[in-house]
Design a protein around this ligand. Sequence first.
Ligand code: NZQ
Ligand code: ZN
Length: 386
Amino acid sequence: MNNFEFKNPTKIIFGKDTIEKVNQEIPENAKVLLLYGGGSIKKNGIYEQVKTALADVDVTEFGGIPANPEYATLIKALKVIKDEKITFLLAVGGGSVIDGTKFLSAAAVYDGDTPWDILTENVRTEKGMPFGTVLTLPATGSEMNSGAVITRAETKEKLAMGGPGLFPEFSILDPQVITSIPKRQLANGLTDAFTHVLEQYMTYPIGALLQDRFAESILQTLIEVAPTVLKDPTDYKAASNFMWSCTMALNGLIQKGVPTDWAVHAMGHELTALFGIDHARTLAVIAPSHYKFNFESKKEKLAQYAERVWKITEGSTDDKAYEAIVKTEAFFRELGIDTKLSEYTKDYEGTAEKISERFINRGWTKLGEHKSLTPENVEKIVKMAY
Ligand code: NZQ
Ligand code: ZN
């Protein structure tokens, strides 16, 4: 196992009817900016619950943060923060609203001229404006980590940012919120969380027995609850296990002491930036090709995953490893997720070259757990995913 340090300061308030506790977590005399997305919270009652809980708090609102949080929209919210002298941010939404809020937390204290530089120049935020979240969509883990991904439509870019100052102060996780989520987004959430675990697990053995089993148990739990979550999101047992699995998949715990990959996300983000494909779906497109392309270096973990998660016990290491990739793709398809780029766009020719060129321009020439995945390899993987 590799050496590691671990600190996750986010307070989690988990369970039925916990949204009413939000007022206990807001600092005294705070001037709060409540941030939300396209308006789903106004239809499903979450907005009402938050507003009722915050009746005695000084709250300004900013709605309209789109899925794949858009820089131009966030810049408008930044102006509200400055004009209204906001001191605390409250994100009520899924990964997009939470990530947008993290960007604002960083931008509010940034003293450069152009906040976009936070993304292009990898500015690490050591201390941002404090914020909390009310999670409405289990998927990204953003509610308990310090990363964010921001989109800029103008340049068709989708870039990541982060820093120790961008953990939420608190996150409220009421699994009952999933009852209003459309099936497509539930499938996305399952797929995103599943792939987060794979990115931190599907590398090479390093003797981290506990981390491997943490990872495998999250995968097993997601596989077990997926059919019920999709069929009946009012099933609390499935909803609560789904929500907690998504958070645990990307709150830093399972990646400690182990090599991580994240190349699937790096390639996937480009497909969202170029075609607007939902984040999770881009992962389902790239992951099978990525694991096939890197078969030799990943096959021991692929075979372990085959045995422990999919109960494939017959055959050689190669056989089991290959079968695990087949099972993974089939799982995504059972969720209703297409796994080929050509199923999302007819305009896919040239995509692989474009992505590899972008990676060269950004200096992303050594990706993956071995820091050996070149833009040339990326081009091949994306082509395999057509
Ligand atoms: O905008 P509203 O009206 O709120 O509707 C949203 C949106 O249309 C809707 N929704 C959310 N909660 C709902 C609901 N509809 C009904 N009932 C509810 N309770 O769902 C749609 C998608 O929401 P979004 O926040 O975009 O989804 P998700 O949570 O999957 O977030 C995706 C974003 O997170 C980034 C992705 O790149 C993408 O931009 N990621 C963030 C990560 C992180 N910070 O750690 C890691 C991930 O790998 C990912 O990259
Ligand atoms: Zn993801």
